[in-house]
Write a protein that binds this ligand. Structure first.
Ligand code: CP
Length: 359
């Protein structure tokens, strides 16, 4: 069985199949209107969401299926202390497939370890958001016609932005992609993504401090929110914040066919004057999210018993009861789960959240 917990759970061929089916559904929606009739999606959202939850819901409905679930953990038995493992053992009796958003990193992975139905990670803490990544891949394909060979700039909060981490991992599967990281020092991309993804998989990247220093070379500009509360020093936030705001003056420096993406919601990092620029693709991106989630649910259910579509093996994972993850946002620090780790180049990381373990 195949779950989608991290973008690297899918092979390049599987990523391509999801994007290709998304394009096919857009071209012939009537053909797919009843393909998941009598199927049910469980939406387990322990954290707020507008786009992800509603697009998953609309996607299942447009395929002829039904949806059940909760949009607030306070309305579920989690409020009585039920674990993720027990919740999934219950929900799999009622649903055929589950989309889970959780504030704790690794929670959807724990669900997948206990599930007999496909689990989709709809966002776990600052860790990963793979269906946003599928949305982004479909959007880049529709806007530019290709993903290979692009130069993409990521701007804003690259430290906590799970959409950025997931998309960079997925882009490592494509040819000749170049990355420009545009962020204040406080919000730079975590070093483990630079070393384990960019360096290891050969994605060239450079870091700059101002949007103006990179915008003219980009095919895609991926904007994210810079949140005031991430800064230790309020003066520092005031000093740098305008360097990460996209406005008409900065758009004038960009290529004529650059595509502006943003996972949304935005706060003030894209001025409303940019919305009417044809290169502003972020609301089209939201609609693509529905189409790609239609393709994903259809394929995960089709692949469920197919031995050609299984989760990747991780022979390097090991159990060590003497180690513990100290990330307070990791599921392993809240629920009793197996103490699983992986090690590379002498660095040990938690399997659930990828945080470095200090001995
Ligand atoms: N892009 C995204 O994940 O939006 P929501 O938080 O509204 O689901």
């Amino acid at each position: 069985m195949k779950h989608l917990i991290d973008p690297t759970d899918f092979t390049k061929e599987e990523l391509d199949e999801v994007v290709a089916l998304g394009l096919e559904i857009i071209a012939d929606r009537a053909k797919y209107r009843e393909v998941l009739r009598y199927h049910k999606l469980g939406t387990l959202f322990y954290e707020p969401s507008t786009r992800t939850r509603l697009s998953f819901t609309a996607a299942m409905m447009e395929l002829g299926g039904n949806v059940l679930g909760f949009s607030d953990a306070a309305n579920s038995s989690v409020s009585k202390g039920e674990t993720v493992a027990d919740t999934i053992r219950v929900v799999e009796n009622f649903a055929d497939i589950v989309a889970m958003r959780h504030p704790l990193e690794g929670a959807p992975y724990v669900a997948s370890l206990h599930s007999h139905i496909p689990i989709i990670n709809a966002g776990d803490g600052s860790h990963a958001h793979p269906t946003q990544t599928l949305t982004d891949l479909l959007t880049i394909t529709r806007e530019l016609g290709h993903i290979d060979g692009i130069t993409i700039g990521f701007c804003g909060d690259l430290k906590f932005g799970r959409t950025v981490h997931s998309l960079i991992k997925a882009l490592s599967r494509y040819k000749d992609v170049k990355v420009v990281l545009i962020a204040p020092d406080e919000l730079r991309l975590p070093s483990y993504i630079k070393s384990d993804v960019c360096d290891k998989l050969g994605i060239p990247y450079r870091e700059v401090h101002r949007l103006e220093d990179a915008i003219s070379e980009l095919d895609v500009l991926y904007m994210t929110r810079v949140q005031r509360e991430r800064f230790l020093d309020e003066d520092e936030y005031e000093r740098v914040k305008d360097s990460f705001v996209l406005d008409a003056a900065k758009m004038a420096l960009a290529k004529k066919d650059m595509a502006v993406l943003h996972p949304l919601p935005r706060v003030n990092e894209i001025a409303p004057e940019v919305d009417s620029d044809p290169r502003a693709a972020y609301f089209r991106q939201t609609e693509n999210g529905k189409f790609v989630r239609m393709a994903l649910q259809y394929l995960l259910l089709k692949w469920k018993d197919d031995p050609n579509h299984v989760m990747p093996e991780h022979p390097e994972y090991f159990e060590d009861k003497s180690l513990r993850c100290t990330n307070v946002k990791c599921i392993s620090t809240h629920e009793a789960v197996r103490p699983l780790f992986h090690s590379e180049n002498g660095v040990v990381r938690c399997v659930y959240c990828d945080h470095k373990i200090s001995k």
